[in-house]
Ligand binder design. Structure first.
Ligand code: CP
Length: 302
């Protein structure tokens, strides 16, 4: 395949190949000399129409570790502000002989639209409420690293499922790898179609935590909410916030994940985010190796 637009288009073998490639790159980036020459003749543009800390820095580092030439574009200080379109913007970047585009956009489907209009390899770094494929890959890679395998594990995705691209990509990825997936949140933050995806649905966060091996806790995405959803942040934190007191009531081990950025004290308390249960910073570390693998496997595919 030429692009990585979503997890939906991948099969289990594709994901396992990405993981095996990432295993090798993780070893490389822990050596004193962290760079390999694999993408020395490739130029990559990171084109971000939406804010990012982790994904943008992680892609840039992955590209540099692979010896690619890198340019960074952020719409907030660009000529998009003067009315330039998405296709014009990207075509102008491509005229400078760019081979691959890593793109984040607030509109679902923006990278798919772009893939039909330009010739470069495209990697989706998050398109609105739709997919965030490299996040799901690094999440599943981190579960595999922590628990040995993803198959047979019970993963609860807790939070604002309705507005989350991380939730959708995680559901696709975890199911393809043979995990059981549950979503948990207030009914107003669960999409109506959620049961059709073959996931368990739970409204009670304590029951979700009792069921799962891994809890992937998601942020309430206020920036995507067109109307004011019930509950308010205070109510959400009261009924769904994951804290040490809640985990202490469970008679078992549990792994806590979060894609970041965390709203501390809302969906996740610091006494859990910074505890021995948390693999949040391992997820960030693994993101570089996983993105190296994705870029390496796509580079040069026509
Ligand atoms: N997890 C994630 O996508 O974080 P950023 O929005 O900071 O890239």
């Amino acid at each position: 395949t030429k692009h990585l637009l979503g997890i939906k288009g991948l099969n289990e073998a594709d994901i396992q190949l990405i993981f095996e490639t990432a295993d090798n790159f993780k070893e490389v980036i822990n050596r004193p000399i962290k760079k390999v020459p694999s993408l020395r003749d490739i130029t990559i543009a990171n084109v971000f129409f939406e804010n990012s800390t982790r994904t943008r820095l992680s892609f840039e580092l992955a590209e540099k570790r692979l010896s690619a030439d890198v340019i960074n574009f952020s719409s907030s200080n660009s000529s998009v502000k003067k009315g330039e379109t998405l296709v014009d913007t990207v075509n102008n970047i491509l005229s400078m002989k760019v081979d691959m585009v890593v793109m984040r956009h607030s509109s679902p489907g923006a990278p798919h639209f772009l893939s039909q209009n330009i010739d470069a390899n495209i990697v989706n770094a998050g398109d609105g409420t739709h997919e965030h494929p490299t996040q799901a890959l690094l999440d599943a890679f981190s579960i595999r690293e922590k628990l040995g395998d993803v198959a047979g594990k019970k993963v609860a995705i807790i939070g604002d499922i309705l507005h989350s691209r991380v939730a959708l990509s995680n559901i696709f990825c975890l199911q393809k790898l043979g995990a059981e997936v549950m979503v948990c949140g207030p009914i107003t933050l669960l999409p109506k179609y959620i049961s059709s995806l073959g996931v368990k649905v739970e409204l009670d966060v304590k029951k979700a935590l009792e069921w799962c091996d891994v809890a992937n806790v998601l942020r309430i995405q206020l920036e995507r909410q067109q109307i004011k959803y019930f509950p308010s942040l205070r109510e959400y934190s009261l009924y769904y916030g994951v804290d040490k007191k809640l985990l202490d009531q469970l008679d078992k081990e549990i792994v806590i994940m979060h894609p970041g950025p965390i709203n501390r004290g809302v969906e996740l308390n610091s006494d859990v985010a910074d505890s021995e249960h948390s693999i949040i910073l391992n997820q960030v570390e693994n993101g570089v190796a996983v993105r190296m693998a994705v870029l390496y496997l796509l580079a040069g595919v026509k």
